[in-house]
Structures are given as structure tokens and as C-alpha cells.
Design a binder for this molecule. Sequence first.
Ligand code: GLU
Length: 727
Amino acid sequence: MIKTGRKIFYVFSVLVLATLFSGYLLSPPAEGMYPLSEISNLDLTEAGLKIDPKEVYNPDGVSLIDALVKVGGCTGSFVSPDGLIITNHHCAFGSLNRASTTENNYLENGLLAETKEDEIPATGVVCRITESYEDVSEEVLNAADEAETLADRTKLIAEKIREIEARESDLDNSIEAGVSEMFVGKTYILFRYRMIKDVRLVYAPPKSIGNFGGETDNWVWPRHTGDFTFMRAYVAPDGSAAEYSEENVPFNPKKYLKVNPNGVDEGDFLFILGYPARTFRHQPANFLKYQNEYQLPYIQKIYSWMIHALEEIAGDDEALQLEFASTIKSFANVEKNYRGKMLGIRRLELVDKKYEEEKQLAEFIKSKPELAENYSGLFDEINSVYEQKFANAEADLWFGQLFRRSKIMYSARFIVNYAEQLQKDDSERTRSYKEEKLSETITRVSATADDFNPEFEKRLLVKMFCDALKFEGSSKIPAVESKFGGSESKDEIEKFVENLVNMVTAGEENPIMSMVANDPEEIMNSDLEIIKLVMELKEQDDKIEEQLDEFDGAMNTLLADLVEVKRLWNEAAFVPDANRTLRLTYGFVKGYAPADAINYSPITTLDGVIDKALTGNPDYEIPAKLRELYEAKDFGRFYDDKLGGIPTGILYNTDTSGGNSGSPIMDANGNLVGVNFDRAFEATINDFAWDDAYSRSIGVDIRYVLWVTQKIGGAGFLLEEMGVSLK
Ligand code: GLU
């Protein structure tokens, strides 16, 4: 058994490596998340586009780009002149969760607003539309050059970016400016976004369709998830951005996408516009080593621990299940993605490959005197800068989770920060502690600080303190060691945590947060054990933060050099790493071979939904209505003769990442044929290295979207709004 497994693994590795190695090391990267500035340099017509490329992007006129919208951390597109947006169900999951109660559970049962008056605010969702962009690299880098230390460089860049953003944003906040780093230490682009602050939920299928397959199928092909939701954008009657108000009117976008209800076939050209989150392909080998040895395993393990703890605490309690639903889903999503990445790094031997590539680059530098003069120490410098990061890694990751996941530690750290900051002059304080921002900050922190489950808090804190006692070298946490380092440490920790959580939850008011009423000196001299402990912890954490600023400052120039050397080596320009700015990627509907003797075809059908439901796995539960329609063969106009069913999922070789969730998939004519929502398991490694052998994105076929909306949702009127006839 083991032998067979190894053999499959070996064949897979050799196949994938061969492709990866040739494409990755010897020629320019084949991947592409092209920024707007690069679109006109692409030959999209040659690739298969049938419309004028100017219809895709035209800086001097209206184009498909104008139909794109950033929906929180996801993407969406306008599909009607009345501001109707299509995005993913998982992008609306949080707002559906917040709007749900055990009596009225929109997550479980779906949501349909029959009229505009019935639409429900999608709380927490803000939309942004890219209006224009401009290169501000010179201004940012000039400011950086004033720095006297490396840590200063990081701070000056951040300050300059904030200054530009404040200067370029509209006073009424209809336009928000954002400066994005395209190439670290090299290129900084200012984007102007039109804001939409009133977003409403229009139609969401039940979870058993929108999240069909749950965690079993997440990051996996073949896929049958109806991962879509409709929302609507609203603005004030004068067109400006406004928070929710009954007076608001539907937003009229400059452009909306036409829907192609006939979908795509295997082999068809398609392209995607969207806001992919961060990728890390231009980072050095040490970055991958850090990911592989520290970040990925640490986060994967602790997220997995937190998911189990939350599930155990919720048990059969429906109210708790609902309360934890969004958190568990987002932890599970990252946890599985990181498992995929770790496997990918091992399979592709990616860390070694990167070091090998750098050896070749070093040789290249040596061979050219003009390069040797400037860059001969490049890799030594990168190595020495990373040494400190490796040494602190465990402690840094631990602090990150301790202060984020434990609400008590989060609020205690805030109070200590608050006391420190308030002892300074207003002009010396960090932004959120300045007089003008202070009350807003306190309200925000209080809301988070009071939002926790005491049982989870107890389990988490016991685990975190016990973990910290095991760290070695410069990752040791002296504050925890001196407090709990005795032989009975677990008992001591449990007693301490029990008392702490009981103290915070005993009265009406949170005694930690209520210290904002005290003088800074009183806080600093507080008798509360937790405040004393956090003061000590914070000292170490602040030192690590300062070292990280130094690290970023050093890497800012080193990464700029690295990209420059690679550009000369490859004799080609690079596409910048994804950074949540608008990008285009294109490809074809195409299957792949994930392992020896397995070939995946690229379109799934409703038959697969029914088959999966037969397994009895609760992730594959389906609504009774879906089964009835299937048995009655009530497929409307969406049946595909060639496939013998309603197409549900599609697979294609575009270059996407997180943030591309909800991105419109468009055919050669620029019409909507699906909504992107995921990647195949092997493609989770995309963020570090893309390759046609394994990089596949997954979308929901527009025919399934339309069928579900019409037949299960009973929302034929939305098809009409999108100009799709029902017959
Ligand atoms: N399904 C992914 C996520 O939830 C988004 C799309 C992707 O990363 O390809 O993070």
C-alpha cells in the first residue's frame, strides 16, 4: 500500500517538476495576473478574444472593467443597470450569518427579496469600483530615501502612503484613494476607488447549494457548489456614497455585464477580471523556507485546534453553531489551503528549487562585471536579514495569535498601549490614539473585546501559555516562563486562566476595558495580574515588531534589487505579484491530471450533485426542492445535450488567488459565463508558483446559477432584470 502511494507520488512529482522546472527557471513566468497597465501589451485576440480588446479595457472610455466591483475582500460584477451585483455565496456568508437568527436562518434556508423594499442590508460589506490610477513611485521612494535607519524606511514609506491617501481621498468619502505596492521598493500606484457603502442582499441560495460540499469539497475538483449570491448597490439620491438609508437609490454602473445563458464548452477561451489577494512569486528562497518551516505549519496546526475546540463547545447547540459558523468556515478555509500549500512545496521541492535558482542568479551576477559591482552581495545580505526573522519566528507567530484570538489579551494589550500612548503628546501618538480618532478606536476595540465565548477563551489561553513554555532560543517567552515556569505549571496556568475569565465576565462591565476611564499612570501601576503580565509580554512583542520593521526596511531595497537582477537574467519584464488591485487573467476551459492515472474533465453536472448526496455525508445534503426538480427533469432552458445534464462547475487554467472569489468569468465575447470561487487542491501552491500542469481555478457555471435562481429561488424576475429570457 505504502509503495503504491509512493509510486503515484513519485510519478506526479516527476511530471509536475519537469514542467515546472522548465517553465519556471529557464524562461519568463508563464503565469499572469495582469494589471491594467499591462492589458494593452497582451495579444488577447491571438489568445481567442473575439471582441476589440478596447472593449475589455479602455482608459479613455467605458469598458468591461467598469462593470467590476470589489466586494469587501472579494470581487463581484454588475449584471444590471440597477446595480445588481453577482458574487460568491461565501463572500456573503458573514452578512448572511449576521442577518440570521435560529428562527429566521438565511444561511440554512436561503434568502429572497421579492421586491427592492425587501432587500436586507449586507452589514459589514463595502464595495469599491476602480475609477483611475496613477504612478506615485517617485514621491514614495523620495520619502523613503530620507530614512536614517532601516526601521525608519518602513515607517516613512507607510507614512507617505497614508499622506497621499488622505490627500487624494474625497472629503465626503465617495472616492477613496489607496496606494498599492506593485513591486516592493520599486513601484507604487495610487488607485482611486468609488465607494458604495449601502449594499443589500437580494438572493442567496440555501447553504446546501451555496456551500454544497462544505469542507469536504473545499479546494477540490470535481466540484458542484452553487457558490453565488446576488446583492444590490445603493447610493444617495445625488449619487454620492452613503451608509444605508431608505432614501438611497440603486446605483447605476457605467457598465454592466451581459449574461450568456448558453455557457462554455471544454477548450473555450475565457478571461477573468478581479481583485486577487497577495501572491509571493517574487520573494527569495528564504521566504519559502519561512513559509514551509514556520508560518504554514504553525497556523495550520493552531487553526485546526481552534476549529475542533469551537465544534466541541458548540456541540448540538444550534445558537452556538450559528454564532461560530463564520469563524469556523474562515479558519477551515485557511487551514486546508495551508495543508495544500505544504504538500505542494514538498511535492515540487519548491524551497530547494528556489535556492538553486538563486545559485544560478548569483553566477549570472558574477559573470557580468557591471552587475557584480552593484549586486555581488545580494544573496548574502538577504540571508543575513532572514536570520533574525527565523530566530524570532515561533515567538512572533505566537504573539500574533495570542493578541488576535484571545479577546482578553487583545483588550489588555489595548489598555497598556492606551496608557503608553496617552502619556505622549498628541502629535507623537500613533494614528488611532490621536485625540480625533480616540473615541472611534475605543468603540471599535470595546465591541471586539466583549465579543467572546468564555469556554473557548479559557481553552485557548491555557493552550497558548502551555505552548509558550516549550519555545527555545530567542523565541522563549520569559514573561510566561517566570509566571508559570514551575513544575505544576499546567495547574497554575489553568487556575490563572479560570480566575481571569471569571473576573472579566462576572459583572456588567468589562473591568479591563473600563480602565479607559483611568489615568495612564494608574493603568501602568494597576494591581491586576493580567495587566502586569501583558506589560511584560508587550515589551518583547514590541521589540520583535521593531525588528520586523528593520527587516521590511532592509527587504524593501533588497527585493527591488532581486527583481531587477531577475529581469536582466530573463530578459523580460515581470508581472507584479497580486496585491488586491484589479487584474486580468485568461485561459481555457481545461481539465488536468492531479495524479498518476487520474484525468479530470473540466465540467461537472447536476448528476454529480445527486450522486454525492447519495453518500450520506452531511456536507452533501441537498434541498428537497432540488431533488424534486431533478426527478421531474425540470431543467428549463439550461440542460446541455452534449453533457447530458445541467452544467454546475467549470475548471480552467487561469491564474487566480484569494480575492478572485466572485470574479466574473467571461467568454470570448466578454459575456458572463460563470463566477469564479476556488482553486483545485494542487493549485493552492499558486500563490508561490503557477504552472499549467496543476494550476486550475474553479467556477460555478452560469447555467447552474440561472437554473437555481429561477427554479429553486423562484426569482425568475432576476433573470429578466439581467436580460435572460426564461424559456
Ligand atoms: N475559495 C478561495 C477562498 O475562499 C478563493 C478563491 C481562490 O483562492 O482561488 O479563499
